[in-house]
Ligand binder design. Structure first.
Ligand code: F3S
Length: 293
């Protein structure tokens, strides 16, 4: 069995940077250190952070002193103001690409555009960007939200960085004939589109796709969707332990992709486990062959 691992599988630049910042804070600070929400959507990596003393706070109201780390998804400006007013030290690990989307949304709002965010309503990055428009932007998840677009001449669009290009394309196609002054900022992170394109290409070449990453990671779930759309049998797992031997029966080529928040050690463990499964398969085939002769 051939195992093909995508070049873009796993940690992106922004998550890698946020993890490094958090590990450094955990190791160097003597007071309490918390991330505001899980730093990344991967329970195993969050567990490792815990070991170096970085705790998890779901809300700024839960922290009375110490340091708070803003994760790569970013937050609304009021959250940082609130933390600073409470006397907390704020370490902002917002990904620079997310920062760009926040700034563009703010500028569009200031220039009088009705801002539309092409993204997931419940995603923290989108909640953060909304804060940069004084909560005035409208989130468009899919076509069912098109009816929310007001009848106005000035519309500005930005995208959640992990959004797929087809969602943005659909929205722009809808707006083009209606809006005179349409400004579109494609703020999709190239890492995401590269990873998605690579996953689709891999899915075409293999008999089975394994998608590694947190079940609560939107971009990992999207990767699994993309692989399924390509018609290949796909399993989404968080860790190597979840891989089941029978998935690999009659499989000649298996592809691996992983979400932006999946650490490298999880990918390595999955490859190792698949190699073991392959070895077990080969042994069974050899024994069966010997019994026949
Ligand atoms: Fe940043 Fe792109 Fe990752 S926006 S957090 S580098 S997916």
């Amino acid at each position: 069995m051939e195992i093909l691992v995508g070049d873009y599988a796993g940690f992106c630049f922004g998550v890698d940077r946020a993890m490094e910042i958090a590990f450094e804070a955990g190791e160097s600070k003597t007071d309490e250190v918390y991330t505001l929400g899980p730093l990344i959507h991967n329970p195993q990596a969050v567990g490792k952070l815990n070991k170096v003393g970085v705790g998890l706070a779901e809300d700024i109201n839960d922290v009375e002193e110490g340091t708070i780390i803003i994760r790569s998804h970013g937050v609304a400006p009021e959250v940082i103001e609130k933390a600073e007013k409470k006397g907390l030290e704020v370490i902002n690990a917002t990904c620079p690409f997310v920062k760009k989307a926040q700034e563009k949304a703010k500028k569009l709002k200031e220039d009088g555009y009705q801002v539309l965010i092409s993204g997931d309503k419940n995603h923290p990055e989108v909640a953060g960007i909304l804060g940069f428009t004084n909560e005035q932007a409208i989130v468009i998840e899919d076509e069912s939200d098109f009816s929310k677009v007001p009848n106005t001449d000035k519309i500005g669009v930005i995208t959640q960085t992990t959004q797929s290009i087809s969602h943005l394309q659909n929205l722009v196609n809808y707006l083009l004939p209606k809006v005179k002054d349409l400004k579109v900022h494609n703020t999709i992170c190239t890492t995401t589109s590269q990873r998605q394109e690579e996953a689709a290409q891999l899915a075409e070449k293999v008999d089975l796709m394994i998608v590694l990453g947190g079940y609560n990671s939107a971009n990992t779930n999207r990767l699994a969707e993309i692989c399924c759309e390509n018609g290949v049998n796909t399993h989404h797992v968080e860790t190597a332990e979840e891989l089941q031997t029978d998935w690999f029966t009659n499989i000649k080529k298996v592809g691996i992709t992983a979400g932006a928040s999946t650490p490298n050690w999880i990918i390595k463990e999955a490859v190792k486990r698949m190699e073991e499964i392959n070895e077990e398969k080969n042994q069974v085939e050899t024994t069966e062959g010997e019994e026949k002769t």
